[in-house]
Design a protein around this ligand. Structure first.
Ligand code: NAP
Length: 240
């Protein structure tokens, strides 16, 4: 059996494309998801992979979820922290619950998955962790203090954990996608989206597969010297 990869939020959008890419690379892939059983079932059937439901923002549930994955397919060698949510609003309109939900899932999820999987990677002397940040964590975005703070936090988390993992052959990197054509972006009002696309030098939204190719490289043996880095895949919208 090949290496095992877990992709959080792997049942839809960017995560699903990452699952397909890692499976094509030879990983045994398990897609985690939060609640949409129909999408998870469709993903499992289409890609021929297992899925596993838990909330990555819940520490105990994540530890238990990863143990279950290990019982199903073996030790986890690669983690892609892709699960993410938005609860947008200006500071004035944003509730504490909106702030906390986004921090808990988007940033807390990375911590919870690392706590579950990093010790085993260390013991086995090999690991790959890829955290999905965002252009809005690099540049900020109106109406997203929660999301921008959580995504920006991911970039700091990545650099700090990379230093702990380096001597054990565990690389920790981030990808900062620009605007990608998924359900998350479909929720943006059309007139706002038109203005966003006008600011993307390549003149279009990105495709989930274009993010997946970056993850595929970062999870490969070829990327062993790449750690603590952020790969921006954003059509030239923000040059960091
Ligand atoms: P999406 O289409 O909304 O899919 C989100 C996925 O995350 C789903 O599989 C969902 O599961 C899962 N999820 C949500 N909350 C979860 C939780 N608490 N625990 C476990 N799984 C959870 O999102 P996307 O557009 O593909 O985005 C993927 C990642 O890329 C996110 O981190 C996002 O912030 C980041 N990103 C996206 C864009 C973009 O333009 N789309 C740009 C920059 C960064 P269910 O189906 O069960 O809800």
């Amino acid at each position: 059996m090949g290496r095992v990869a877990v992709v959080t939020g792997g049942s839809r959008g960017i995560g699903k494309a990452i699952c397909a890419a890692l499976k094509a690379d030879g990983f045994t892939v398990v897609a985690n998801y939060a609640g949409n059983d129909m999408a998870a079932k469709a993903c499992a059937e289409e890609l021929g992979i297992d899925t596993c439901k838990w909330d990555v923002g819940d520490h105990e549930a994540t530890l238990a979820g990863c143990r279950k994955v290990e019982e199903m397919v073996g030790p986890i060698d690669a983690v892609v922290n892709n699960a993410g949510i938005t609860r947008d609003g200006t500071l004035q309109r944003m509730s504490y619950a909106d702030w906390e939900d986004v921090m808990r899932v988007n940033l807390g999820g990375c911590f919870n998955m690392a706590k579950a999987c990093f010790p085993g990677m260390k013991e086995r002397g090999w690991g790959r962790i890829v955290n999905i940040g965002s252009i809005n964590g690099q540049a900020g975005q109106y109406g997203q203090v929660n999301y921008a703070a959580a995504k920006s936090g991911i970039h700091g988390f990545t650099k700090a954990l990379a230093q702990e993992g380096a001597r054990y052959n565990i690389t920790v990197n981030a990808i900062a996608p620009g605007y990608i054509d998924t359900d998350m972006v479909a929720a943006v009002p059309e007139q706002v989206l038109e203005k966003i696309i006008a600011k993307i030098p390549v003149g279009r939204l990105g495709q989930a597969e274009e993010i997946a190719r970056g993850v595929s490289f970062l999870c490969s043996d070829d990327a062993g010297f790449v750690t603590g880095s952020t790969m921006s895949i954003n059509g030239g919208q923000h040059m960091y």
